[in-house]
Write a protein that binds this ligand. Structure first.
Ligand SMILES: Cc1ncc(C[n+]2csc(CCOP(=O)(O)OP(=O)(O)O)c2C)c(N)n1
Length: 451
């Protein structure tokens, strides 16, 4: 059998390890983290000179970057926001399914937005600024094939009509339609940038942030707190354009730039890194390039387990599993998670002895937890001197249940049968239409084009 790439070395002398860790703890308690950092750097230099190689890792353990004690409470109304998000996910899904029902092969994507919904909704509700007063507004680069979700949000805001949604991917019809992917020429006043050719959004966002700094520094535009937000797919990070200019962003200290990598661990036709970890790989790359890195991997239901993890085995297990295994955990249910994830160490089985299989299956990934995402965005917007990348772990096809959560076919999903649609509805909690159909507004002048 193939050996998993993340397998950690065994601790050959636990007593000795314990003494070193205790010594470090003592330094932090008595002299603070700066002193601890100094000593660790000194040790790393010494080790290098003594032929140990470079023992310093660019990656951190496979847990959230922001400790629970440092989180702020979520400021929004979770219930209302959950309803809005559910409606967006549902409307995005039916928009694509409906288009393909009446026009077989018209295309579109369901699962990308299903994984992204929480990441964009927390942003829309709390962080993204439209232009108003002196604030020129943030600039947005969205994952292109998540466009149905952005349309669904605009529909709830009253910016798009029923006809727009019915004519998804039919913008040349007489009635107003919606372009498949973001493009400001096709939908002026709606999309800021064209993004679907993977890699072009990310690299252009760096140039955009750089150019805006250039203009600010020369007094050509006012200095504001305007941000450039870029949503990137983890598969997209393999495009040479995506990572090609990231050192420019850190060299120029572009703290007006925030990237959110939607790490659903899948690309078009399979895992992004089946036998490795895309999140850890990206963390090393971005940290090495001088970016501020924030990992959002686990939802709050894991906090209780991590707090009880006296043996450290939970963190170890989290770090040693590879992405292919994580996809299996999502696709194969709670009993499988108990056996294959927690079952590796007796201490972990004990840790979840009071939980049902259903509860285990529902343990959330960080990218689907509004509070974890809120805290990451808050940190990112307050961070100075560096660009920030948020690595958010999500599930492709979140809410699709049997129809596709964490399955490799998910990307191409455009149709759902009745049973699959019902299970999505149950997961979404709210129905597509809670109100009678509105009459469609006049189509003579699409509202989107006039904004
Ligand atoms: C340059 C380029 N090559 C291929 C495609 C076709 N394509 C659309 S989505 C996709 C996979 C995207 O995977 P990922 O970036 O991980 O995003 P996800 O949908 O999984 O969130 C591909 C290959 C494209 N849009 N652009």
């Amino acid at each position: 059998m193939l050996k998993a790439k993340n397998e950690l070395p065994e601790d050959l002398d636990q007593q000795e390890t314990h003494e070193w860790v205790e010594a470090l703890q003592q330094i932090i308690e008595e002299a603070g983290p700066d002193r601890a950092r100094f000593i660790l750097n000194k040790l790393a230099d010494k080790a290098y000179l003594m032929g140990v190689g470079n023992p310093v890792k660019l990656t951190t353990p496979y847990v959230n970057t922001i400790p629970v004690e440092e989180e702020v409470p979520y400021p929004g109304d979770r219930e209302i926001e959950r309803r809005i998000k559910s409606l967006c996910r549902w409307n995005a899904m039916v928009m694509v399914v409906r288009a393909n029902k009446y026009d077989d092969g018209i295309g579109g994507h369901i699962s990308t937005y299903a994984s992204l919904a929480n990441l964009t909704e927390v942003g829309f509700n709390h962080f993204f600024h439209a232009s108003h007063g002196d604030q020129p507004g943030d600039l947005m680069y969205f994952q292109g094939h998540a466009s149905p979700g952005v349309y669904a949000r605009a529909y709830l805001e009253g910016r798009l009509s029923d006809k727009h949604l019915e004519n998804f991917r039919h913008e040349l019809r007489e009635d107003p339609g919606l372009s498949s992917y973001p493009h400001p020429w096709l939908m002026p006043g709606f999309w800021n940038f064209p993004t679907v050719s993977m890699g072009l959004g990310p690299i252009n966002s760096i140039y955009q942030a750089r150019f805006m700094r250039y203009l600010e520094n020369r007094g050509l535009i006012p200095v504001t707190n305007r941000k450039i937000w870029t949503f990137v797919g983890d598969g997209e990070s393999d495009e040479p354009e995506t990572l090609g200019s990231i050192t420019l962003a850190s060299r120029e200290k572009l703290d007006n730039l925030i990237w959110v990598v939607n790490c659903n661990l899948q690309r078009l036709d399979g895992p992004v890194r089946g036998n490795g970890s895309i999140i850890q790989e990206l963390e090393g790359i971005f940290r090495g390039a001088g970016w501020n890195v924030i990992k959002v991997l686990w939802g709050d239901d894991w906090d209780r387990l991590l707090a009880k993890d006296a043996s450290g085995k939970l963190m170890r297990r989290m770090s040693e599993c590879v992405d292919g295994e994580y996809q299996n955990f999502k696709a194969k249910g709670g009993a499988y998670v108990r056996k294959e994830f927690f079952g590796k160490y007796p201490e972990l089985l004990e840790l979840v002895a009071d939980m049902t299989d259903q509860q285990l299956a529902k343990l959330r990934r960080g990218g689907h937890d509004p509070s974890k995402v809120y805290n990451a965005y808050k940190r990112a917007t307050e961070h100075t001197g560096q660009p920030t990348v948020i690595l958010a772990k999500t599930i492709k096809g979140y809410g699709l249940g049997e129809a596709g959560e964490g399955r490799n076919i998910t990307h191409q999903q455009k149709k759902l049968n009745e049973q699959e649609t019902e299970s999505f509805r149950a997961a979404s909690t709210f129905l597509f239409r809670t109100q009678p159909r509105r009459p469609c507004p006049s189509t003579a002048r699409p509202p989107i084009a006039s904004r």
